[in-house]
Design a binder for this molecule. Structure first.
Ligand code: NAD
Length: 276
């Protein structure tokens, strides 16, 4: 397939690379051009012209809203639009009203999931478009599900980020507690990882957290954006998510303390600061 790919950042670059390796003809565009294995365009219009599939992997709502007019003005009217970005369900729904064949398809799995092409993908849209997008999902992901109509993927991603943020906060508290008690926190987290407390976060992030290596990864700024989406979604659905609200405040504190550019595991800095 001919694919136009907008947004070649931490996630988009390896994803676009996998699409090239899967045999697709990919033209990429980013404000900061990077090599990804395919052709580079000088702008959105050039990247999407004539494409069967248009993809965006951008930071947040404003960037998707900024490029969408160029996409709709230059893409083939029958092109399939897949937005992998994590944005509000409302913006995904607005896009779906303006572009008939569109899917919101936020992902989970982090940079490593993108590099290894094993992302989990939560998809909102029509069954026909989901089927048409299968070769793309196959190239970048491992688990992908249609979870409802337009915007549904974003609601599932909000649920995902709720669990990820809360888990980071609790792992940070576990580290602070074990270190303060003078026990071997490295061995302690190994044991936790093998028991009921085990998680992908403990599996992938415990070594870097113990070493205080907070290079992103997934930036605090982006998780702060996601906590806003989560709290709005909960308000809209009229449900209470007290743990989510608490996690949102810890992430807000990390940002306020100047850690917005660090990995979200830097929540450990905030939790440590509460006791030292
Ligand atoms: P990133 O900031 O590394 O990449 C975004 C890219 O978009 C940047 O390279 C930027 O230059 C480009 N960009 C911004 N505005 C643009 C425009 N108008 N035209 C063209 N390019 C533009 O972010 P990321 O970490 O790759 O995240 C992308 C999305 O994926 C976000 O919505 C994020 O929440 C989500 N996400 C990230 C991770 C992760 O671990 N990093 C995991 C899952 C989901």
């Amino acid at each position: 397939m001919k694919i136009g790919f907008i947004g070649l950042g931490i996630m988009g670059r390896p994803m676009a690379g996998h699409l090239v390796k899967a045999g697709h003809e990919v033209t990429g565009y980013d404000l900061n051009p990077v090599e990804f294995g395919g052709a580079l365009a000088g702008g959105v219009a050039e990247a999407v012209r004539g494409a069967d599939v248009v993809i965006t992997m951008l930071p947040a709502d404003p960037q998707v809203e900024a490029v969408f007019p160029d996409i709709s003005a230059n893409a083939r009217p029958d092109a399939l639009y897949i937005d992998f970005s994590t944005i509000t369900p409302q913006t995904s729904q607005k896009v779906a009203q303006q572009w008939k064949r569109s899917l919101d398809a936020p992902v989970s799995g982090g940079e490593k999931g993108a590099v290894d092409a094993v992302l989990s993908i939560m998809v909102g849209g029509s069954a026909d478009d989901f089927e048409a997008a299968r070769p793309v999902f196959e190239a970048v992901g491992k688990t992908y599900k249609l979870v409802g109509g337009p915007g549904a993927g974003q609601y599932v991603k909000a649920a995902n980020q709720l669990v990820v943020g809360g888990t980071f906060a609790l792992v940070a508290e576990a580290i602070v507690l074990m270190e303060a008690a003078g026990v071997d926190a490295t061995a302690g987290l190994d044991v936790l990882a093998g028991g009921l407390a085990g998680s992908r976060i403990l599996e992938l992030k415990r070594a870097s957290m113990l070493a205080r290596d907070f290079r992103p990864g997934f930036r605090i700024d982006l998780h702060h954006k996601d906590m806003g989406i989560i709290l709005d979604a909960a308000r809209g659905a009229e449900v209470a998510i007290p743990m989510g609200a608490l996690t949102a405040q810890l992430i807000a504190a990390a940002r306020a303390q100047g850690h917005g550019g660090l990995d979200h595991s830097a929540l450990l800095k905030v939790v440590e600061g509460l006791s030292r």
